[in-house]
Ligand binder design. Structure first.
Ligand code: HEM
Length: 351
């Protein structure tokens, strides 16, 4: 699909969602719908959708090990199999867990990403490409920090680590209220990821609305949050009353909550509902990925496909038992000679 069309569709949908929440609360006073009903529906859709997806993936047959790795497989004792190989081509569960931890916490495979370039003399060369990794890791960790900080709205008393994260995140203290770096860095990383899609012709060619939509949606969530904190000053006390009502299943809509908050929470609800059915599900999928979660022990353990059908074989021995006499009659060689016939039968056959 054309890049302009993809951009127009995805940004148009996000703009439409913002307009929908604005009109719904500002004009139609549907605070209950946007502040209570939709968030509850979103949480239900998220859990049902995620469980459905994981069960679907779990049912897929993975009868064989898929050793798509870069490192040497464990082999003969004199072939090197050191720590790097143990992690990259693990032979047991400990290695698989190590590989998974590095993948999930450090995005290791993205770190090893390379880009191909045409070098001088018509050849090609591969260069390291770390910018994507950097933007991805900044984006994901900032997102995590923001989610953890937001726990203050949903818990009472809040977990001990929330004030610590707030202190570290607001370390520079260059504005009032204190500016959290995670919000700004999240916006910067998202902008990089968006520009990369737009400016790199190869990435632009393969990008679809499904690639742009989450970026625009999360950018809109961050922007409405930043506006609420630094520009239009949300009534955090009333918002906490609303969110604690949601958590304790005693929903209430207090006075004094701005329309911006309803837009923010509506966009978050859409993201949460969209999550299980989108590429964002790579969060759960990485744990079920056979190239990440299987040890490469094919030469040590015999793997029998558990989905093999129960086939009744007709072996060659049985075949020969069935047809031996006919085979001997027409002169075909047999593995087991037939028992000698009684002399009278032999004589009758000769007559
Ligand atoms: C995907 C989830 C979410 C993201 C990425 C997100 C993002 C943000 C960001 C970047 C800010 C700016 C200030 C900061 O850095 O903390 C913010 C503020 C805010 N968010 Fe969210 N948010 C999310 C979910 C929610 C939810 C579920 C609520 C419901 C209570 C919420 C309520 C608020 C409020 C009230 C503020 C203003 C905070 C203040 O004035 O200190 N957010 N959000």
């Amino acid at each position: 699909m054309n890049a302009i069309l993809s951009l127009v569709i995805s940004s148009g949908v996000v703009g439409g969602l913002v307009a929908m929440a604005f009109a719904g609360v500002w004009l139609a006073h549907l605070e209950w719908l946007f502040g209570v009903v939709i968030p509850y529906v979103a949480v239900i859709v998220f859990f049902v959708g995620t469980i459905y997806k994981v069960v679907q993936w779990g049912k897929l047959p993975v009868p064989f090990r898929i050793p798509s790795t870069c490192a040497q497989q464990k082999s003969l004792p004199w072939i090197k199999y050191g720590y790097a190989e143990k992690l990259d081509n693990p032979v047991n569960n400990a290695g698989v867990i190590g590989r998974m931890i590095l993948e999930v916490l450090c995005f290791r495979s993205l770190f090893r990403n390379t880009r191909m370039e045409y070098g001088g003399g018509g050849g090609i060369r591969y260069k390291p490409a770390k910018w994507l990794w950097l933007a991805a890791i900044v984006f994901h960790y900032c997102f995590l920090v923001i989610i953890l900080r937001h726990l203050r709205f949903f818990t009472d008393p809040m977990p001990f680590f929330v004030p610590i994260i707030e202190k570290v995140d607001g370390f520079f203290q260059f504005y009032l209220p204190v500016v959290y770096q995670s919000g700004l860095l999240l916006g910067a990383a998202l902008t990089f990821l968006l520009l990369r899609r737009l400016l790199d012709p190869k990435v632009r060619y393969i990008s679809l609305p499904a690639d742009y939509f989450p970026l625009f949606l999360i950018l809109a969530i961050a922007k409405t949050g930043i506006l609420m904190r630094y520009v239009f000053k949300a009534d955090v006390g009333s918002i906490k009353e609303l969110t604690m009502g949601l958590v304790t299943l005693q929903p209430t809509i207090p006075e004094g909550i701005s329309v911006l908050f309803y837009i923010h929470i509506f966009l978050v609800s859409v993201l949460v509902m969209y999550f299980p059915f989108s590429k964002l599900m790579h969060m759960g999928g990485v744990f079920l990925s056979p190239t990440r979660n299987l040890a490469n022990n094919s030469r040590i353990v015999r793997h029998i496909n558990p989905w093999n059908p129960d086939i009744k074989y007709h072996t060659y021995e049985e075949y020969e038992d069935d047809f031996r006499d006919h085979m001997v009659d027409v002169g075909l060689p047999v593995e087991k000679e037939p028992p000698p016939k009684p002399p009278e039968e032999e004589a009758a056959a000769e007559e």
